[in-house]
Design a protein around this ligand. Structure first.
Ligand code: FES
Length: 272
């Protein structure tokens, strides 16, 4: 038995594994990995499909609307559909989907997220699948080697994420204006506002954000502004898992909504 107060040294590259039985847990510990695999797999399949569609990602003046899917914003390819372009255009062939130019940034942000890392290491690699359940692998090298050492770029993806949040907030503000009708609120406006809000909450609750606000500070008394930011983001950080899932699901639903309206399958109702 380990004495109270003593510590067990973690040896990277050492052997892993528990007793001969996989686990002594009697509860349904496998539910969480199964749910994680299901949602992440569904999201990857849907977002890949949506990114290659290259159509129905923008609802423009022909519908008296200004709604763009978050998967295609900012639309910076010359192949962008009329009205969706951001003004800064990269020359691309017409068949090229504009989503392919930008999706690496939000996907990179999520892929390297500390919370998602924990989730998909457990759910997909069983490393380990849950607390007190045997690891599926005999050895463990942490994130000290290529390719996992690349997870350290998360803080840079965080900065890119802030830029995307600002751009999607701009899209949400634009959705308050209905070309030919004036200013007002439609269901699409609400969808884009909720989407931008959830993405901000996801970014502001990020561990890299909390470190940016309060990290490497010896005395908060000497850094009152940083202390204020740190106090603001710390309770958000505690809910990071919730914001991660909510924003992931809602960003896909936002694309679905814009896609249905753009294709004519759904009417974007004006609320007031
Ligand atoms: S830790 Fe999840 S977004 Fe940074």
């Amino acid at each position: 038995m380990t004495a109270v107060g003593s510590s067990t040294k973690v040896v990277l590259g050492g052997t892993r594994g528990g007793p001969d039985v996989a686990t002594l847990r009697q509860d349904r510990w496998w539910v969480q990995p199964v749910v994680t695999v299901s949602i992440l797999t569904a999201f990857v399949i849907y977002s890949t499909w949506a990114a290659f569609q290259n159509k129905n990602y923008y609802v423009g003046a022909a519908f008296n609307r200004d709604l763009i899917s978050p998967f295609y914003s900012p639309c910076i390819a010359s192949s962008c559909t009329s009205g969706a372009g951001s003004g800064f255009l990269i020359h691309t062939p017409q068949w090229f989907s504009p989503a392919l130019l930008i999706l690496i940034f939000p996907l990179g942000f999520r892929l390297t997220c500390y919370y998602y890392r924990r989730s998909y290491y457990r759910a997909f690699w069983w490393s380990p699948p849950a607390c007190a359940v045997s690891d599926a692998h005999a050895s463990y090298s942490g994130e000290t080697k290529f390719p996992l050492i690349m997870q350290n770029v998360h803080r840079y993806f965080f900065y890119f994420g802030l830029v995307f949040n600002a751009l999607l907030t701009y899209d949400a503000i634009r959705a308050f204006h209905q070309p030919g009708l004036g200013w007002g609120v439609t269901v699409g406006t609400v969808v884009l506002v909720v989407n931008a809000t959830l993405l901000w909450l996801y970014s502001l609750s990020c561990h890299a954000c909390r470190h940016l606000c309060g990290g490497q500070v010896r005395s908060f008394a000497k850094h009152p502004i940083r202390h204020k930011f740190w106090k603001f983001v710390t309770p958000l950080n505690a809910k990071h898992m919730n914001f991660a899932w909510a924003s992931l699901v809602f960003v896909a639903l936002t694309d679905v909504y814009v896609r249905l309206v753009a294709s004519g399958a759904l009417t974007d109702y004006k609320l007031f």
